[in-house]
Design a binder for this molecule. Sequence first.
Ligand code: FE2
Length: 257
Amino acid sequence: MKTKENKNIKSFSRTLKFVSSYVVVAMIMISVNGQSINNKKNKTMEVLKNKISDLVFYELPYSYDALEPHFDKMTMEIHYSKHHKAYYDNLMAAMKDSPKAGVSLLELMQNISQYPVGVRNNGGGYFNHHLFWNILSGSPQKAPQGKLKDAIEKDFGSFEAFKEEFENAAKTRFGSGWAWLSLGKDGKLFVSSTPNQDNPFMDVAEKQGYPIMGIDVWEHAYYLKFQNRRPEYVGTYWNVVDWKKVEELYEIALNFK
Ligand SMILES: [Fe+2]
């Protein structure tokens, strides 16, 4: 009798161990998966919380030729490794010995009127390009879905009407600058454009909000392939915007305090 009981206990113990190991593996998988989702979701905007002194020159999230044939390899390489790198290096050099090196990138931009123009240009240049790289993809989701799709239709009338307004902002920005899709404090999406390396986070921007999508209309972004044909470059942009990523940024913007 005792032997049978012992056998049952041993068998139960083995089953328990077996089930436990599955539970542990499942928990690890959920945790790893959750972490990767969080990283993916927050990767772009996490940079906002970083102290200026802790900012890094992030890797491009794809190869230089990943956006071919729409955005060419040489432009991408020069744009990222020369222009973007220069904004990063110049920002770091300008802030290295500053008592404000401990402020976050977001705080810096929200109070940019208090800083020298070099910090404004290079701080904006660093963030704007970081956002730009992270919403582009060689295999993008071609249109918004779900909550963002609904919001665009509510605030602009239709996706096509939004695209037209955005393209106009990009085409008519005189000289160098950016066009943006942002979430305003009133909860509505809006299109705007900013000169040079300004952006809607900045206290100097005419229309302030949380940018979730943008296009660089500096000539360095398109001149090698499109020369002076900015409208053609702006039209091509729609082939590489990944609306999945813009949707993620919209979700972050909605929860931004
Ligand atoms: Fe640029």
